[in-house]
Ligand binder design. Structure first.
Ligand SMILES: [Zn+2]
Length: 536
């Protein structure tokens, strides 16, 4: 047999084979069947299937009859986009061979984390990217460029305004970072050296990220009554959005300390008013009433820290200056609600105080809490947990449609120090406590605040959503079993309830167990000045 007839028959045979084994023959396909598919947009779930091909989502919907190389049954489980953490201190940990797996992050459903928050992190993002990628990454990483780091690189910790020359050097560093693929500018105007910068300096640098489609996220200058006051600090962030015309984020939004309890509603009002005027203001939040910082940042006046640690110690040795520092520390402690609201988290010179309270130590030593604090600061860096928020403010801020979820967590070796439990639990806790127990937000709202919303605010073009063509970052969880296990006294425990976690189409967690696969990558923003951002 030959000629056209044979060709036709051959064609029919090929077609028959294709029909008989549709996607089955396709290597690298995965079908997640019969789950409660929540696409991340805030829409309620709909029963459906998700087909993944390689690193991408190939189809979402009723895919009955479809076959794939691999299938998991998601009956009774929720299928959502992988969670995105807009404020993570996991950068240094992820760059080490011991922690690059990112297991504590994956266990709470995270597939992407934004690093270098609070104005920190390195200035050379290319170098950081190489360090992050060296041992393989368990999660995706999106880099920010920190204002504080840029200022430090140019001016050290000088307590003064920048010269024109210094400012233009800072702009250059910010542009370099954006060219390397950063997603925006972060600041920590509460901290040294960001606190020494006037608002105009930050505005000028924020304008530099605008042509790249970057965003701005800020640990604002004052979450309490330290300097300009909470509301003026919120307005300062809003002004950046107004001047630079970019999305701005009040990161780990809060009203810190009894003097400002109830101010959550005032923050909402300021944000709503700015949004009505056309400013793109957002917030992110971790679901706890305790924060974590250093004892130095919590109690010391910023002027005492100018020039670095040696200068601080010299000032502390001068009795007159120490008297002024002491007075400011008394105010600082009152603002934090007293010594029984400060717990030590990490103190290298004396780990025995980790997990204990400042009030306990003062009583034991028969000393004033301020004197104990002063001695500790003289001895080395003191990390603390500070119980300083009112649950009503936390809930008021969480309910807002512009509030995303963040962890503000660290990634540290199991057993090291007493980290804030948010490092292990933030995302699971929001679901356990604020969705299931208190009903402050719905599951749809919580998932949206962890997926679609952060992707929109930071212009991540193809994540935070379950739809055809998007990156296959997917979590499948059992709502009944989702819970944070980490507590303030015993934080080193992974969260539970994530049945499957996929990063870029590959299982990082399968059937509740880590696979050891490191499919994460450093995500680089592809925008260039004057060019549109590529979108799928
Ligand atoms: Zn912060």
């Amino acid at each position: 047999m030959s000629g056209p007839r044979a060709q036709r028959l051959f064609g029919l045979l090929v077609a028959a084979c294709l029909v008989a084994t549709p996607a089955a023959a396709q290597e690298g396909t995965l079908l997640i069947r019969g789950g409660r598919v929540m696409d991340g947009s805030g829409n309620p779930w709909i029963r459906g299937d998700v087909l993944i091909r390689g690193e991408r989502i190939a189809a979402v919907g009723d895919l009955a009859g479809m076959e794939a190389a691999d299938t998991v049954d998601a009956t009774g489980l929720y299928v959502t986009p992988g969670f995105i953490d807009t404020h993570s201190h996991a950068g240094p940990g992820l760059a080490t061979p011991e922690l690059s797996h990112g297991e504590p992050l994956l266990a709470m459903g995270l597939t992407t984390v934004f690093v270098n928050p609070d104005g920190g992190g390195p200035v050379d993002l290319a170098q950081q990217r190489r360090a992050l990628e060296r041992d393989g990454l368990g999660v995706n990483v999106a880099q920010l460029i920190g204002h504080g780091s840029v200022r430090r690189a140019v001016m050290g910790t000088a307590d003064r305004h920048a010269t024109a020359q210094e400012l233009s050097r800072m702009k250059e560093l910010v542009r370099d970072a954006m060219r390397e693929g950063a997603w925006g500018l972060s600041s920590g105007t509460f901290y040294v050296p960001g606190a020494y910068a006037p608002p105009e300096e930050v505005q000028e640098l924020a304008k530099e990220v605008a042509p790249f489609g970057g965003s701005y996220t800020s640990h604002y200058r004052d979450e309490s009554t330290y300097s300009v006051g909470l509301i003026a600090a919120v307005d300062e962030v809003i002004d950046v959005g107004r001047v630079a015309e970019i999305p701005v984020v009040l990161t780990h939004v809060k009203a810190l300390g009894p003097p400002v309890w109830g101010f959550g509603a005032a923050i909402v009002m300021r944000v709503e008013r700015a949004r009505a005027e056309g400013v793109q203001v957002f917030a992110d939040q971790y679901p706890y009433t305790a924060s974590a910082t250093s004892l130095e940042a919590a109690l010391l006046p910023r002027w005492s820290q100018a020039g670095g640690r040696d200068s601080l110690l010299a000032r502390m040795d001068d009795p007159e200056t120490m008297a002024r520092i002491h007075a400011a520390m008394v105010e600082g402690l009152a603002r934090r609600g007293g010594a029984d609201r400060i717990m030590f988290r990490r103190y290298v010179p004396d780990p025995s105080i980790e997990g204990r309270y400042l009030s306990e130590l003062a009583e034991e030593r028969g000393q004033d809490p301020i004197d104990v604090a002063t001695d500790l600061i003289r001895g080395g860096n003191v990390s603390i947990v500070s119980f300083n928020m009112h649950h009503r403010d936390v809930e008021t801020l969480m309910r807002q449609p512009w509030t995303m979820t963040s962890s503000d967590g660290d990634l540290v070796p199991l057993g090291q120090g007493v980290p804030h439990p948010r490092s292990y639990g933030a995302f699971a806790r929001k679901i356990r406590v604020y969705v299931k127990e208190k009903g402050v937000v719905t599951l749809e709202e919580a998932v949206r605040s962890m997926t679609f919303l952060p992707a929109a605010v930071f212009h991540l073009p193809d994540r935070g959503v379950l739809r055809r063509g998007a990156a296959a970052d997917v979590v499948v969880f059992d709502l009944e079993r989702v819970r944070d296990v980490a507590t303030f006294n015993d934080p080193h425990h992974y969260s539970e309830g994530m049945v499957h976690v996929l990063v870029n189409g590959r299982f990082a967690i399968r059937d509740g167990s880590f696979t050891g696969v490191r499919a994460g990558e450093v995500l680089r923003k592809t925008g260039r000045p004057g060019r549109a951002i590529r979108r799928p």
